[in-house]
Design a protein around this ligand. Structure first.
Ligand SMILES: [Zn+2]
Length: 327
């Protein structure tokens, strides 16, 4: 496992293992590998031959984790996340979803938490302790969080916890205080670029993608299909070209416009742009128009998950942007 992990994850794994906490809270923005770090920690805890660097990647325990079937690892995630990451649902949840009784939950369900509490009380099947991984931890509601808290306060036997979140402020303070905290480290640009190239991305688009993702390497991969387009985007929008967004969802469109607006405001106030290259941005606009635009974009954020009509919404967003970008 650790052999293929990103270098900034490997170094953080070592750093955390050296501290011997039994409950960790990994916090930081998405796209920096918090799930991978949580998994690396849990793997090392359960590994039959762990070293200071982490799990061995070879033993029966490491193999069981690799195929997502380790009796001593409880992965507590929303059903949508389990499905997206290829982890099995409970039998009951699987039946309910397959028979279309309900949709996969975006929250961590009470039933899943009950299973976790039971899991924590069982004895270890492989004899190397047990691990509970919670991700994203902010998807616990107040009931599930309280159930977890009880288990955290009186951990039964040899169970360790790792929670990962990009919204630590949404967690119960009592949960935060029960865990050792670790803030995810940002890889520097050369490290992130080298990693992207290791994923098969050529150097030039890798640079564009990393910028588009605000420096978060995992998120950068999502920008692969639009790496060509990204540098041209600000001027296309300024020209009112809605067609550039034809294959995009409203949420992606809004994200790009938000980043554009952020960068224009940054440049206007004398800072460097973050998501686009300075030369790709239109000349500085009126401060007032930009701040109005920024507010309108934040408002649009609230309805973007349920647009009445995706095409119309994109047209409206582009003409709004065009107005704000008028010299
Ligand atoms: Zn191992």
């Amino acid at each position: 496992m650790t052999a293929t992990a990103a270098p900034w994850i490997t170094s953080q794994t070592q750093q955390l293992l050296a501290q011997r906490g039994h409950a960790w809270l990994l916090a930081g923005p998405s796209g920096l590998g918090q799930f991978e770090l949580a998994m690396a920690l849990a793997s090392a805890w359960l590994c039959e031959h762990p070293s200071a660097h982490g799990a061995c990647g070879q033993c029966g325990s490491c193999h069981a984790i690799a195929v997502h079937a380790h009796a001593d690892l409880c992965v507590l995630m929303p059903e949508t996340t389990l499905l997206a990451l290829g982890w099995p649902l409970s039998e009951k949840a699987n039946d309910e979803i397959e028979s279309k009784k309900r949709k996969p939950s975006k929250e961590i369900r009470v039933e899943a938490m009950r299973d976790t509490v039971e899991f924590a009380q069982r004895t270890s099947a492989r004899g190397h302790g047990k691990a509970v991984l919670v991700f994203p931890a902010e998807r616990m509601n107040v009931y599930t969080a309280n159930a977890l808290l009880k288990t955290l306060e009186e951990p039964p036997g040899d169970v360790k916890f790792v929670l990962a979140t990009d919204a630590a402020h949404q967690l119960l303070p009592t949960i935060r205080s029960r865990c050792l905290g670790h803030t995810l480290l940002w890889p520097d640009a050369p490290t992130a670029l080298a990693w992207l190239q290791g994923q098969g991305v050529p150097a030039a688009p890798a640079r564009v993608m990393l910028r588009a993702a605000g420096g978060r390497p995992q998120d950068a991969l999502q920008f692969a299909p639009i790496a060509d387009l990204w540098p041209r985007l600000p001027r296309a929008v300024q020209g009112g070209d809605v067609a550039v967004f034809k294959d995009w969802t409203p949420a992606q469109t809004l994200d790009a416009l938000h980043k554009m607006c952020h960068d224009l405001l940054a440049v206007r106030s004398g800072a460097s742009p973050r998501f686009f290259e300075a030369e790709d941005l239109p000349k500085a606009q009126s401060w007032r128009k930009l701040t109005d635009w920024s507010q309108a974009l934040s408002q649009a954020m609230r309805t973007v998950e349920h647009p009445f009509n995706a095409g119309l919404m994109q047209e409206a967003l582009v003409s709004q942007a065009q107005l704000a970008l008028k010299p």
